[in-house]
Design a binder for this molecule. Structure first.
Ligand code: ADP
Length: 467
């Protein structure tokens, strides 16, 4: 029965009872007055009865509603339980059923999303845990957010690094520097590191900033490159050994060819054959010599002997060396040394080799009567040496690869000029040994331009031995 019907019935019953009581309580009076009095009393009593009944029902209703809401709220709180949302619907009836259904749908959607996220996280954790590479992620405050098993083993970190600052956990300065740079938004160059616990292995540590879309911070990856380094060392050793082995027979061949040629005169054909053998043996000797030099540079076996040198004297020595071929090709050399660039602290023999290579190339790859210019300029702490020519230059497509080993723009031309394809690689090695850099470009007016940039006062390069 509806509450309003209950109120009306109760009100009517009370009013009828009250009217009957009123009839008895009135003494003899006129019928009209009696009817009026009865009506007024009945109305008043009905009103009071209606109010009392409504208040009682409201109080009862409220209690019942509070009880149901409490049960529903309790069920909502337990939504996280696997069968929580099913129980939620069971807890509700009448008007609350609609709300329970809406909460049920919302809970279902959120539950599915949470499930997918948890699944994704578990998958990522499994992948990270099975990775051989160490992975460490820090947030922008420098707190560790994630460290996989490999990273924990290498760095080494205890079982609970998450939430702690990386500066308190990591001991290797190189790695700390990497993460520090990545946190400022830079992508630092990877560094090779050896961990005390794994002294036989070499790792490459590379940190990168985490983009803002993924929550800013830095990610560090530790990659085991021991096998790569071993293979590289084996390759270098092999080249060095082969070059060593070839040197002795080649010297013998060239020696005997020269002896035979000296014995001449020969018939034209044997004479020509001997000359060809001699030329090729000499070329192979140059090749072996360059390979051995690169092997020594690779192995860090060429230390710098730093002394103060005169730039003019360095230029003059190179021109003297190459004078016969320059004169033969009628090529002119201009030298320009700025007053501030007259001296530099460097290994003179190595700078000589650099300039010799560059000037020889300028002469070989330029036509007869070309002009070659050598210049030196100084900035605050650098000395810039330039070797330019008026030859054909180097096409843009080849410029980026010109310093690679055996890279030649025109193989036939290089061979004809007696080149090995290793000259510029050696140049780069020697310049970098001084802590400098070398670049190739074309002059706007035509011809190649090589720029060597060296630290001016002292060797900052890896092989510097000091003055
Ligand atoms: P190579 O022994 O062949 O000269 P390098 O390493 O010295 O080897 O030079 C690599 C290549 O770069 C050369 O084969 C040549 O094609 C090109 N090259 C170098 N210097 C010049 C230059 N001054 N002008 C034009 N090409 C050049």
């Amino acid at each position: 029965m509806r509450r309003s019907t209950v109120i009306i019935l109760v009100t009517m019953a009370v009013a009828v009872a009250a009217s009957l009581a009123a009839v008895e309580s009135f003494g003899p009076t006129s019928p009209t007055e009696l009817a009026r009095a009865i009506f007024i009393r009945a109305v008043l009593i009905a009103c009071v009865a209606a109010l009392v009944t409504a208040a009682t029902l409201a109080w009862v209703d409220r209690r019942a509603l509070r009880g149901r809401v409490a049960v529903l709220a309790d069920a909502i709180k337990r939504l996280a339980a696997p069968d929580g949302s099913a129980r939620l619907v069971e807890q509700a009836d009448d008007e609350l059923l609609e709300i329970a259904h809406a909460v049920h749908v919302a809970a279902d959607t959120v539950g599915r999303q949470l499930g997918a996220a948890a699944h994704e996280r578990a998958r990522m954790e499994t992948i990270l845990a099975s990775m051989l590479e160490g992975v460490l992620v820090v947030n922008r405050d420098g707190e560790v957010v994630l460290a996989n098993e490999a990273a924990r083993g290498l760095l080494p970190l205890d079982e609970t690094p998450v939430g702690r600052r990386y500066v308190e956990l990591i001991r290797q300065p190189d790695i700390m520097q990497q993460i520090g740079s990545a946190l400022t938004g830079e992508t630092p160059n990877a560094v090779e590191v050896v961990f005390a616990r794994h002294a036989q292995r070499t790792f490459l540590a590379r940190a990168a900033p985490v983009p803002a879309s993924a929550g800013t911070g830095a990610v560090l990856v530790l990659h085991d490159i021991t096998d790569l380094r071993r293979a590289d060392r084996m390759r270098r050793d092999f080249v060095a050994n082969v070059s060593h082995e070839l040197r002795t027979p080649l010297t013998a061949i060239r020696g005997y060819v020269e002896a035979l040629l000296d014995e001449g005169p020969h018939e034209p054909q044997p004479q020509r054959f001997l000359e060809i053998i001699g030329r090729h043996a000499a070329r192979m000797e140059r090749l072996v010599q360059d390979l051995l030099r690169l092997a020594r540079l690779d192995a860090g076996q060429e230390a710098l002997d730093l002394v103060s040198c005169s730039v003019d004297a360095l230029f003059a020595a190179v021109i003297d060396d190459l004078r016969p071929s320059l004169e033969h090709r009628q090529q002119q050399v201009e030298i320009k040394v700025a007053p501030a660039a007259t001296t530099l602290v460097a290994d003179p023999a190595k700078v000589h080799d650099v300039l010799h290579n560059l000037v020889e190339n300028a002469s070989n790859y330029s036509p007869e009567r070309a002009r070659i210019s050598l210049s030196a300029e100084a900035t605050d702490d650098r000395l810039v040496l330039r070797v330019a020519d008026t030859g054909p230059g180097i096409s843009e497509a080849h410029l980026p690869r010109i310093f690679e080993r055996f890279y030649r723009v025109d193989k036939a031309r290089s061979r004809e000029a007696g080149g090995t394809g290793l000259g510029l690689s050696i140049v780069r090695h020697l310049v970098e040994l001084h802590g400098g850099s070398v670049a190739a470009a074309n002059r706007p007016s035509g011809g190649a331009l090589f720029t060597v940039n060296l630290p001016r006062s002292r060797g900052e390069g890896p092989g510097a031995r000091g003055e």
